[in-house]
Ligand binder design. Structure first.
Ligand SMILES: Cc1cc2nc3c(=O)[nH]c(=O)nc-3n(C[C@H](O)[C@H](O)[C@H](O)COP(=O)(O)OP(=O)(O)OC[C@H]3O[C@@H](n4cnc5c(N)ncnc54)[C@H](O)[C@@H]3O)c2cc1C
Length: 493
């Protein structure tokens, strides 16, 4: 199998969207199937090489960027099987780790099914979304990737192959998971002893819960415990219709009241996406969408599934809630058909485009947060973000998955002094989110960029719990070392 050592050809594996520019590698392996992945891993073990696993490079945290390690790229494991209906309400599909999420979603949809996880960026590989437990707008109703994985094929750092079907291997009452390994002694791992935050999204560190399934240890482990080569995904029926709304408010308090009530799903209302843009984010968008009302303090984007029989009633209920919360109903936008919904999607996707355009005219990169808090802490975190940024005189925007208590704050420094100030502020923001019972990362993961902040959330003890799990499965620290756990925790073990 190919090991590409040509620096010109392997340069593309040295970056993702994190702005880390210092990655380097002696070479990139491009295996074509699981057997070749195992061969690469065995060779690496023999030669004492470390491997960094590469997806499609849309990650935001430097997870796939190597610092002297060899790269193992998953792009050739891109097979997509056929949809297998398993009754009226359920189907499944088997896919290679390097299959594009967009291709999978299109194939599934053409067959009348839905794969709910929907990170905004569709050009990612399915294996990476599993390694990162990715989520997106629809997570408000459907939960993260974890909920849709029936089976995983994983290559361990020893080259052994695990085939893990959900429900077949769980932690016992003592908190131990025993992995049967053909031809080897069974391996017993104590699951990490820490409590997960009560946020509805969480993607920082290894999963831990009483009686947890082995498959959940690998989902969200950011490639530090094994290489995912194949997965069976759970599909649900495609909804008959979708109604999308963009609802403006001239008062942020009214916007929060609307969010609070919508989160509780009153009457027949059942939003599948519940997101927000605050004023500065709308200002960015008004370059391209001049019709955005100038007095809007913010907007909520939401999606509701419907049928021909329920659509009118649901529209009435949503308009009732908007009136009750003093929304700018006259100025708001309702998309009932696929064409209008596509335009609304373009509106949402225009924000990163406008931000990147603005950044391209500056010398500095943005500082962005991915923390989430339990719903009751959301407005406090939002106000804290806004007040701190105003205090520092930063250019900033806030937008994202407000239904899940999870918005992204992007600070856009205008000079290096502001960049340094924003970096310093970041730790204060992390501490505030944690004080409110939140998580360091709701969806983008930790990678290398945020590994240094993990002790803020888990303390030294929690970090050592993760080190123990990592070493049980990867004693030579071969896979994605540097992601999630900062190197000093291995040295001090
Ligand atoms: C504009 C934009 C919007 C985004 N929106 C969202 C969003 O809404 N929700 C969300 O969750 N994320 C979002 N992301 C983040 C990103 O798209 C996801 O993290 C995605 O899962 C990365 O996929 P990738 O194939 O590009 O992975 P890469 O960046 O190549 O790798 C990501 C990580 O996964 C590991 N990995 C890759 N393949 C495997 C494998 N087979 N086995 C084990 N580990 C592996 C890598 O080592 C690395 O640590 C967004 C990114 C961008 C740029």
């Amino acid at each position: 199998m190919k090991l590409n050592e040509n620096p010109e050809q392997t340069r593309r594996f040295l970056e993702d969207t994190s702005n880390i520019r210092t990655g380097h590698t002696p070479g990139v392996y491009l295996p074509e199937n699981t057997a070749e992945v195992r061969a690469v891993v065995r060779e690496a073990a023999e030669r004492n090489r470390r491997l960094t696993i590469s997806g499609n490079g849309t990650g935001t945290t430097g997870g796939r960027i190597p610092f002297g390690d060899y790269v193992i790229a998953m792009e050739k494991l891109d097979h997509i099987g056929d949809v297998r209906p398993e009754g009226k309400d359920c189907a499944s599909i088997t896919v290679g780790a390097g299959a594009l999420l967009d291709d999978i979603q299109n194939k599934v949809q053409d067959a009348g099914w839905l794969y709910p996880p929907d990170p905004t960026e569709k050009l990612c590989f399915i294996g990476s979304t599993i390694a990162n437990n990715s989520s997106g707008a629809r997570t408000f109703k459907y939960g993260p990737t974890r909920h849709y994985i029936n089976r995983l094929e994983v290559v361990l750092a020893t080259g052994e192959l695990l085939d893990i079907r959900r429900g077949e291997c769980r932690a016992d009452s003592q908190g131990n998971i025993t992995i049967d390994r053909p031809g080897h002694e069974p391996l017993s791992i104590a699951i990490p002893r820490y409590t997960m935050p009560s946020t509805s999204k969480h993607n920082a560190g290894y999963y831990s819960a009483p009686g947890m399934d082995l498959i959940d240890l690998f989902i969200g482990s950011e490639g530090t415990l094994g290489i995912i080569t194949e997965a069976e995904l759970r599909l649900i029926p495609l909804p008959e219709q979708i109604v999308s709304f963009l609802v403006y408010f001239d008062d942020i308090g009214n916007l929060f009241r609307f969010l609070d009530r919508a989160r509780k799903r009153p009457g027949n209302l059942d939003p599948r996406a519940l997101e927000m843009f605050e004023k500065n984010a709308l200002d960015f968008l008004s370059n391209v969408y001049p019709d955005i009302p100038r007095n809007a303090a913010g907007a909520v984007f939401l999606e509701q599934e419907a049928t021909a029989a329920t659509e009118d009633g649901l529209l009435d209920e949503w308009f009732g809630l908007m009136e009750a919360c003093h929304a700018m109903t006259e100025d708001s936008w309702v998309a009932l058909d696929a064409g209008e919904q596509r335009k609304m999607k373009e509106f949402r996707h225009e924000l990163p485009v406008q931000v990147n355009e603005w950044l391209s005219r500056q010398q500095e990169s943005k500082i962005s947060t991915d923390m989430a808090v339990p719903e009751e802490g959301f407005t406090e975190l939002f106000r804290f973000y806004r007040d701190r940024c105003e205090h520092h005189g930063f250019h900033y925007i806030i937008f994202g998955h407000a239904g899940n208590g999870h918005v992204h704050l992007n600070i856009l420094p205008e000079n290096h002094q502001q960049f340094l100030e924003a970096k310093e502020l970041y730790i204060t923001l992390v501490r505030k989110a944690l004080e409110l019972g939140g998580t360091l990362s709701a969806e983008h993961g930790i990678g290398k960029l945020k590994a240094g902040y993990m002790p803020e959330m888990f303390g030294r003890e929690g970090m050592m719990e993760m080190v123990r799990v990592k070493k049980a499965l990867d004693p030579g620290l071969m896979l994605n070392t540097g992601n999630l756990i900062a190197p000093e925790f291995f040295e001090s073990d």
